[in-house]
Ligand binder design. Structure first.
Ligand code: PLP
Length: 403
């Protein structure tokens, strides 16, 4: 008999299962609005032109080898990542109290920060509050390291916008010193972000209650097309003196999904505390991945440390962000033209990779079975899956299911 005779099968991951069903579907008009990965007008993955250039530079570099990186990763990458999110003029950077650890993309950065908190957060049993709804991995990661997970209201179904009152209320009533996981921009799955004034109110409560801020930034530059604008909330919190973590992913903004390039930026009160935090992260990282993979981080640091390539990257980001913004408008226009019942302005008001359409689970089922349109049961669509060839088809399908 097997040692594992009694093992139970785990459920398949929803997003990856959706991609597999889509791939197996032979219908020629099928549409995949599940996975959060950028697609071109032709519905194809996009290797950013600036990434191709960085590729060539790396291939031609005779000084590169395949030696291990240090445990915390490539120095140039870590420094450039921290500077990217905090801004070149960040006081915290100048004061030497910013640390960084190269991680296995955004997921690894969230994990690394969560794991650190599970060992070293001074308030034992402190919960991590995640937005309702959020990226499914947030719960899985924090629960996985033994941190209790609670939710704060975020999405208001009535306005299809932010439930600020609910969010602030939950922050007020949470035990002092709770951990709050915040999306700095392009909230996944809703596409709804707080305004600067709302961020001020959030920061006021976070400060008054002594909560710890953990930003998960997977879409810098990808949301608005501006790296600075998308980093607003993080920089604002840092200016106000918060100690915080920022998990950064380069999957979306560099199109480096499979290369697993990510970083955990740590803003501490003093350089000395920063050093101690980094040393503990290094100790933990050694036992999990030993040291991070080099290739993706080399692409990123090559671009971030070269003025010309950096400018070109910003253009590539605009291309992606603008195509998505354009698709929001196209979908909205089409639904308006069809006089589809309901209000659809949230499609254009939301930002980033995703739109939370308000479509219900039964409607999603019909979309899949009758129209071969694949999306998650919560009605979230990846805007990048739309293009000028399929947006009319999708709008007609939506029109059908909501009538
Ligand atoms: N955090 C959020 C909110 C995300 O949406 C994603 C990707 O979908 C990630 C983190 C991490 O992605 P990756 O591990 O591919 O960098």
């Amino acid at each position: 008999a097997s040692v594992f005779e009694d093992i139970k099968a785990a459920p398949a991951d929803v997003i990856f299962a959706l991609t597999a069903s889509y791939a197996a579907d032979t219908y020629d008009k099928k549409v995949n609005l599940g996975v959060g990965a950028y697609r071109t007008e032709e519905g194809k993955p996009w290797v950013l032109p600036v990434v191709k250039k960085a590729d060539h530079i790396l291939v031609d570099d005779n000084n590169l080898d395949h030696e291990y990186l240090p445990i915390l990763g490539q120095k140039a990458f870590r420094e450039a990542s921290a500077k990217l999110i905090l801004g070149a003029n960040s006081k915290a950077l100048a004061e030497g109290r910013v640390g960084a650890a190269q991680c296995i993309s955004g997921t690894g950065a969230v994990y690394t920060g969560a794991h650190f908190l599970s060992k070293h957060y001074p308030i034992k049993g402190a919960a991590c509050y995640i937005s309702k709804p959020t990226w499914a991995n947030h719960r899985a990661i924090f629960e996985g390291v033994g941190i209790p997970v609670l939710e704060y209201p975020y999405w208001d179904p009535a306005t299809k916008g932010l439930d600020l009152k609910g969010m602030l209320g939950a922050m007020q009533s949470a035990a002092n010193g709770s951990i709050f996981l915040l999306h700095p921009c392009a909230h996944n799955p809703t596409g709804v972000d707080p305004t600067p004034d709302q961020w001020r109110q959030i920061a006021d409560v976070m400060e008054a209650k002594g909560h710890f801020t953990f930003f998960d930034c997977a879409y810098q530059g990808f949301a608005s097309g501006s790296l600075d604008k998308d980093a607003y909330s993080v920089r604002y919190f840092v200016e106000r003196g918060f100690e915080l973590f920022v998990a950064q992913s380069f999957s979306k903004n560099f199109g480096l999904y499979s290369e697993r390039a990510g970083n955990l930026t740590v803003v501490a009160k003093t350089p000395e505390i920063k050093n101690r935090i980094e040393s503990q992260i290094a100790k933990a990282q050694r036992a999990v991945i030993s040291n991070p993979p080099a290739y993706g981080s080399r692409i990123v640091s090559t671009v971030l440390t070269n003025e010309k390539l950096y400018k070109e990257w910003e253009q590539n980001l605009s291309t992606m962000a603008n195509r998505i913004i354009h698709m929001r408008k196209a979908l909205f226009d089409e639904l308006t033209r069809l006089q589809t019942p309901g209000k659809w302005n949230h499609i254009v008001d939301q930002i980033g990779m995703f739109s939370f359409t308000g479509l219900t689970t039964p409607q999603v089922k019909v979309l899949k079975e009758k129209y071969h349109v694949y999306l998650t049961d919560n009605g979230r669509i990846s805007m990048a899956g739309l293009n000028s060839k399929n947006v009319k088809y999708f709008a007609q399908a939506v029109d059908y299911v909501v009538r």
